[in-house]
Design a protein around this ligand. Sequence first.
Ligand SMILES: Cc1cc2nc3c(=O)[nH]c(=O)nc-3n(C[C@H](O)[C@H](O)[C@H](O)COP(=O)(O)OP(=O)(O)OC[C@H]3O[C@@H](n4cnc5c(N)ncnc54)[C@H](O)[C@@H]3O)c2cc1C
Length: 335
Amino acid sequence: MSLALVSDFDLSARNTLALKARSRFGVLIDDAALLPVLFETARAETLPVRILGGGSNVVLSSAFEGITALIALKGKRVVSEDDTVTTIEAAAGETWHELVIWSFEQGLGGLENLALIPGAAGAAPVQNIGAYGAELADFFDSLIAYDRQSGKEIAFNREECAFAYRDSVFKHEPDRYVVLSVRLRLPKVWVPNLNFAGLSDLSGEELTPKAVMDRVIALRTSKLPDWRITPNAGSFFQNPIVTGEEAAQVLAEFPTAPAFTQANGRLKLSAGWLIEKAGLKGARMGPVGTSERHALVLVNHGGAEQADVAAFAAHVKESVNGRFGIQLHEEPVFL
Ligand SMILES: Cc1cc2nc3c(=O)[nH]c(=O)nc-3n(C[C@H](O)[C@H](O)[C@H](O)COP(=O)(O)OP(=O)(O)OC[C@H]3O[C@@H](n4cnc5c(N)ncnc54)[C@H](O)[C@@H]3O)c2cc1C
């Protein structure tokens, strides 16, 4: 097997922030057998490798002196079923939203709350994607990843992935694993998950996974700027999970501020709310700003590079910390 390396690879159209970004080499991985060749080549040439899916959760550097591997492994299938659950599998390069639609076509509900999240199936476990009261971990069965250290393919079950809020083992070992395929367990008897504002009024005989998905899509498109028109990476900061003491300043001033008690007794605050209250909704610094529609979304107004995003993100973090004493953390990965 030989690698089809492309020199001076332009990634500007391959990241949803539309940052100006080039890579010394780019390569399409459409066969898992290319991975050992890729890492051997990189070792021989002493070049770093970074992995890219749909480019919807990254802040790419303007000039990467290495190889960017675009994961384009395709295929989805029903693996098995028993009386209660159907297990499906998607290769890492499958588009997440298309997988949601395909699961409906197989007569399987479950993934509707996670509809329209951009990106590829292989990246979904990396940050345990979540939306509208659901997250990947709720349906996760297992995955296969290529281990760069041993050169072997290994299986991970749910516990081994160490899923948490927008987190997994893969986020902590970014240079080790390449996710090749993901298996999900979908219930035979559909139980709608309507415990989220905007969904709770759905009811009646007409209630189907498709009806919930349509509502999720309507809510998402009304709240979030379309990245094809206004380039962005979705929520730019994680909702901070803090102690009661850390939240005290916010809650003393704003007793009705959004604050959700977690299983461990800590409080999850709304990063978007904090940014808005810090006066930064619609703020702008050079080519980067927060969306007029949603303070949590950083947008590229045109011509931005990684450094512009980093500078504005730092400004937002300092402002929120200065105003409320709360530290925000970026959700997208700087690559
Ligand atoms: C408009 C918008 C809305 C969004 N809404 C949500 C939301 O509601 N909920 C949510 O959780 N996220 C959301 N996101 C973030 C993003 O869509 C998800 O994180 C998605 O899973 C990223 O997929 P990707 O293929 O684009 O990953 P990329 O951006 O290409 O990569 C993200 C990270 O994963 C790594 N990676 C990618 N593929 C693999 C692989 N096969 N193996 C190992 N590592 C890999 C990359 O190296 C990188 O570190 C949103 C983004 C946008 C632009």
